[in-house]
Ligand binder design. Sequence first.
Ligand code: SF4
Length: 291
Amino acid sequence: MAHPLRDPSRLAALRVFGLPQIFVLRSALGAGELTALLPAAAQTGSFAPHAPSPPARWVAPASAAARGVAPADAAATDAAPATSPRAQGSRLQQIDSLDLDGLRALSEQCRACKLGAQRHRAVFSAGNKEASLMIVGEAPGADEDRMGEPFVGAAGRLLDNMLRAIGLDRNAADPARSVYIANVIKCRPPGNRNPEPDEVAQCDPILQRQIALLRPRVLLALGRFAAQALTNSTEPVGRLRQQRMRYRDVPVIVTYHPAYLLRTPMDKAKAWLDLCAVRDLLDAGAADSPA
Ligand code: SF4
């Protein structure tokens, strides 16, 4: 069987993605770089899909306090933000006790930051809960706010083509071919402005719980806010991409947000290299998984 990056059936997706055929022949990482990115378990041949990771090796994102953000009342899903550390602790406990359906329900009722009062619909996720790849974007736009689904509209179509180019599909039933998509922020910032630090801090525990429940094999961060949330870095995407990073024990690949790529098509070639790294990691994990 042809390697996914060399499969002729990917050519159509690559053309729509805006890349010439030459990129089909290229893989992003050498064997040494790939090995360095993989969890240690994978390198010793015991890399099980969705295996829990040793906490000591996790690199957690910054807490709200570390980001200099005032704590807010999170337990209250239908109230204005509050400042009580006790209420914040109660909210975090509540989030940590929920499964994905419960988290979705909480998000749909949440008023823990000011975006909750302005949204039409909270945008929790799309895709397959069993997927090996979890994609994290930034925040809903107008189309997503109306439809309640991440990455619809022009940026969503580009993302779908980017995924098809490496043999993935958000609607696939097969976990090996599907993806799970979520955003750092679940509610639309008005006018598509950047999320504010207090909004990121309030929504971050929901994302962290999503990742803990999903246990993805690979994380793909799209754009600056997702990259910074998963790597605890303030560096721009251009510096974070192609680096060896992990969220806890999960390899993180950083690339440009599809909305940015629509405005800056020259950077699609760099995004393709990042996608090749995702494909390589998924293939390496699959090869190391027990039969
Ligand atoms: S953006 Fe997140 S924290 Fe703010 S109201 Fe929506 S779900 Fe709650």
